[in-house]
Design a protein around this ligand. Structure first.
Ligand SMILES: C[S@@+](CC[C@H](N)C(=O)[O-])C[C@H]1O[C@@H](n2cnc3c(N)ncnc32)[C@H](O)[C@@H]1O
Length: 191
């Protein structure tokens, strides 16, 4: 009996690749823009975007250092040099709506306490958002049995008039991006 890979799902990457995978998806599909990397933690997503010609600022109340190295999607260990350390600007404060003003795209990659506020800010200032929600921690709602947090965020955004799309990014854990882009420009592919 012959075996075929058709119909088989690609294996999911480890969770530690989430920033690399999201950066690649954005870079390959959209023109560079100004990103607020909300709840950005150590700042690897911002670093990867900046190295590829995007602008990105980490907004996170916890001051954290960039990692000294990371593993690329090609499984190579890549060092982050001391000079590159200064590439990522940080705002070490909790996200507030007015911070959205200087950006085009608000990203929350497993961000805590700011997903609903990101949607509110995008409504108020006509910005785009991309969220990969993980948990309800510090949000202005309480986790309820049988209610899916990601889907409730989709409903919340839709109730504010956003057209929400989804993208499965194929890493372990919460890997579904929900996004609404009105301003981001897709990269035109040559026919
Ligand atoms: C699970 S970590 C995710 C870090 C990073 N995005 C990643 O995927 O590695 C959640 C981050 O949200 C940050 N955070 C918590 N409350 C926040 C708030 N109100 N505004 C912005 N960031 C917040 C935490 O300090 C933490 O770095």
């Amino acid at each position: 009996m012959s075996q075929t890979n058709e119909g088989r799902r690609k294996p999911r990457r480890a969770k530690k690749f989430r920033s690399q995978i999201l950066a690649k998806w954005l870079i390959e599909n959209f023109e560079p823009c100004r990103v607020a990397d909300i709840g950005g933690g150590k700042g690897l997503l911002s670093y990867l975007l900046i190295k590829n010609g995007w602008k990105s600022v980490v907004i996170d109340p916890e001051d954290q250092l960039l990692p000294t190295k990371y593993t690329s999607l090609e499984k190579k260990k890549v060092k982050i040099s001391d000079e590159d350390n200064d590439l990522v600007t940080r705002i070490n404060e909790p996200f507030s709506k007015e911070m959205a003003k200087g950006f085009d795209l608000l990203v929350g990659l497993h961000a805590h306490g700011s997903n609903m506020l990101i949607i509110d800010a995008c409504k108020e200032y006509d910005k785009d958002f991309l969220l990969i929600p993980c948990c309800v921690i510090d949000e202005p709602v309480i986790k309820e049995y049988g209610i899916n947090w990601r889907e409730s965020l989709v409903e919340y955004a839709e109730s504010k008039g956003f057209l929400v799309k989804k993208e499965k990014l194929n890493f372990m854990g919460k890997d579904i991006a929900i996004y609404s882009f009105n301003n981001l420009k897709p990269i035109k592919t040559l026919k």
